[in-house]
Design a protein around this ligand. Structure first.
Ligand code: CP3
Length: 355
């Protein structure tokens, strides 16, 4: 097989989202929303009900394609995000993963010494083949002006689920391993760096035009821990991606990183950072936007509230950030109780912006 030619040329793209994440100021800010596909949409719940389990949905290319397209049809976002989950990576590495109704993810219990020998890249791409197929299908079915975002979890965040066997409020099991046996934990992180880069490269080969790394639990690390378990693995992944696809836009989301957003933007090599709702937009414009594009950061609970509270804050985020490269988004994903009408009003606000 010959080397694929660059599947995208962001310098020439007419897609608003790709322009913004590669550093250009656009006529109006492009927008998409984290968890834009999901339970707040009745048409998602209908597909979800016939798919079987949540992972069955992630691994059914036809249905995963359909739920990816649903929010685009309704609201006309500038980008679609592949429908999948960050926990398909531990599954493909050999860990048991299931989503229990009302309980969130459950992974096979793992004591440090037991986990690593059970994991490997042997069946990795075979298990993820349906995800790559979903990307290929979307490449054909998406409207031409809509960009396709691939994604993965960052090693630290994925490790917090792998080690605890479930979601935790304080990430204590992973921290205890990382702080108590840094060398052993490093081996898990190294495996995740390699797997995540491989996974994202395949998504790009299949048609993803930008990728986002979700580091949901970055903010729970100590300052030194952030350097070693968030910045370093992210930088290693970005390097692998860029050595193959130099122009691929990479977005990082080190949620709740606070002042460390700056170090993250300077040292990981990402093109854009996604801001959680606690980051003041005016600070981000001054501290980050010279270096990277920014994405964010409306509090998803404001979209539950809707009305003036939502509109006023959305406008002030846009005002603060539209002078530089900027993508309007939430600061975290939609929650299931979000009224569809509020999402429509928010989408209309952005679409009506003229420069
Ligand atoms: O629309 C999109 O944003 C794309 C799809 C997507 C999902 N999860 C679908 C999903 C993306 C990008 C993710 C990322 C993800 N998954 C993260 C990082 C971002 C974040 O939200 O912090 C994390 C930590 C996960 C792990 C995960 N997946 C948990 C903890 C849960 C259970 C909690 C919940 O909301 O149910 C999931 C399930 C999940 N992933 C759902 C969806 C639509 C809901 C499951 C269902 O439909 O039954």
């Amino acid at each position: 097989m010959t080397e694929p030619t660059q599947p995208f040329a962001t310098s020439q793209t007419s897609k608003r989202f790709l322009k913004a994440v590669s550093g250009q100021v656009t006529d109006r800010p492009p927008f998409w929303f984290m968890r834009q596909a999901g339970r707040y949409l009745p048409e998602y719940r209908a597909v979800r009900a016939k798919a079987g389990s949540f992972l069955d949905l992630c691994f059914n290319p036809e249905l995963a394609e359909e739920v990816t397209l649903q929010p685009i049809r309704r609201f006309g976002m500038d980008a679609a995000i592949l429908f999948s989950d960050i926990l398909v990576v531990p599954y493909a590495l050999g860990q048991n993963v299931r989503f229990a109704e009302g309980e969130g993810p459950l992974l096979s219990p793992t004591a440090d010494a037991v986990l690593l020998p059970r994991l490997g890249l042997g069946h990795f791409h075979d298990r993820l083949a349906p995800v790559y197929e979903t990307v290929r299908r979307l490449k054909v079915s998406l409207p031409p002006e809509v960009a396709l975002i691939g994604f993965a979890g960052s090693p630290w965040t994925v490790a917090t689920y792998m080690v605890a066997g479930r979601g935790t409020s304080d990430q204590a099991p992973a921290k205890d391993w990382a702080f108590g046996d840094a060398g052993g934990f490093q081996r898990l992180i190294d495996l995740l760096v390699e797997a995540t880069a491989e996974y994202l490269l395949r998504q790009v080969e299949a048609g993803a035009e930008a990728v986002q790394l979700f580091d949901t639990w970055a903010g729970s690390l100590s300052a030194a821990g952030f350097e070693r378990w968030c910045i370093a693995p992210t930088a290693a992944i970005v390097k692998k991606l860029k050595s193959r696809f130099p122009d691929l836009p990479v977005i990082g989301f080190p949620r709740h990183a606070g002042v460390q957003y700056q170090a993250y933007a300077e040292r990981t090599g990402v093109d854009a950072v996604s801001l959680d709702p606690s980051v003041p937009p005016v600070w981000a414009a001054a501290a980050l936007q010279e270096r990277v594009a920014v994405q964010g950061n409306l509090d998803p609970r404001l979209v539950v509230a809707g009305g003036d509270a939502m509109m006023v804050e959305a406008r002030s985020i846009i005002e603060a950030l539209r002078g530089g490269p900027f993508v309007f988004n939430l600061g975290h994903g939609f929650v299931p109780e979000t009224p569809v009408a509020h999402v429509a009003a928010l989408s209309d606000l952005i679409k009506e912006l003229a420069r």
